[in-house]
Design a protein around this ligand. Structure first.
Ligand code: SF4
Length: 279
């Protein structure tokens, strides 16, 4: 039987996450403003608030299953999600036309009803919303990077002696490309699960909750072709990020190392005003 690791104390100051690595690769300037300067965004999107609320409610559900073997009622899950939606955010919520706190709560209620009807029921739950750190190693030199990896497993289970990591995604539609192979986040999570649970093989899957008029829940396994190659690719990206950060922090003008990368992301970027002021 696989034993769940004890909760870790997150003390590391220097860390990378899958999200910070992908921000750095997609827009180095956003990375600088968010992770190096520590600036708060000017707003947060309503879909991010909804996604976090659904995550909290689902974590509540799986924690209840893990601890007592019982499933909370729909009303309980909706209370958890509603409290998360109403909680103070780090910045004003940016609503699209027709959206409001009440519409987010209604949407959360419909999505959680779909989750209770057809959501994933794992076997032996090992961890729910488990925050972890692991060392990161440069795959070329074998040296340990100054930054560790900080991440959170949504759900880890043991199925027939095998570790399965599930990541929950709330989205307007299912992205079939995401399951063709692990992305950087899931490849790093595979590596982390192997390190923390001391196993050689990890299965990965997404639980998609679609935010459509009739919400649906779909479980999709992520295809694994060559686990060590996938993990090495993700480690290479982490080592690149570490190298770029070190160069930027030692440079007189870090903005030269971390330029703006304009794309479709700019419209929803929480740093668009301050970014524009730097032109
Ligand atoms: S507005 Fe665009 S270019 Fe500026 S930081 Fe955001 S994503 Fe980058």
């Amino acid at each position: 039987m696989v034993i769940a690791p004890t909760p870790q104390t997150i003390e590391a100051l220097l860390h990378l996450s899958a999200s910070s690595i992908s921000t750095l690769m997609e827009c180095p300037r956003e990375f600088w403003l968010k992770y190096c300067c520590g600036l708060q965004p000017q707003d947060v999107s309503a879909s991010l608030v909804l996604g976090s609320a659904i995550h909290e409610a689902i974590a509540y559900h799986y924690n209840s299953l893990k601890q007592s073997g019982t499933e909370p009622a729909h009303t309980e899950l909706v209370e958890v999600a509603s409290a998360a939606i109403e909680a103070p955010q780090r910045a004003p919520i940016s609503f699209k036309k027709g959206e409001s706190l009440d519409s987010l709560k209604s949407q959360a209620s419909a999505m959680l009803a779909a989750f209770l009807a057809t959501g994933y029921r794992p076997g032996h739950i090992l961890a729910v919303e488990y925050k972890f750190t692991i060392p990161l190693v440069n795959p070329f030199s074998g040296e340990t990077l100054p930054e560790c990896l900080l991440g959170t497993f949504d759900l880890v289970e043991e199925r027939n002696g095998h570790i399965v990591v599930t990541d929950h995604k709330t989205a307007a539609r299912i992205d079939n490309e995401k399951v063709a192979a692990p992305d950087t986040q899931m490849a790093l999570y595979s590596l982390a699960a192997k390190t923390l649970f001391d196993v050689d093989d990890v299965s990965l899957q997404y639980q998609f909750l679609t935010k459509t008029r009739d919400p649906a829940v779909t479980l999709q396994t992520i295809a694994r072709h060559d686990q060590s190659r996938e993990e090495r690719g993700a480690l290479t990206l982490a080592a690149s990020a570490s190298t770029i950060i070190s160069l930027a922090l030692s440079h007189d003008h870090p903005q030269l190392v971390l330029p703006k990368h304009r794309s479709w992301r700019c419209g929803g970027c929480g740093y668009r005003k301050i970014c524009a002021s730097q032109d």
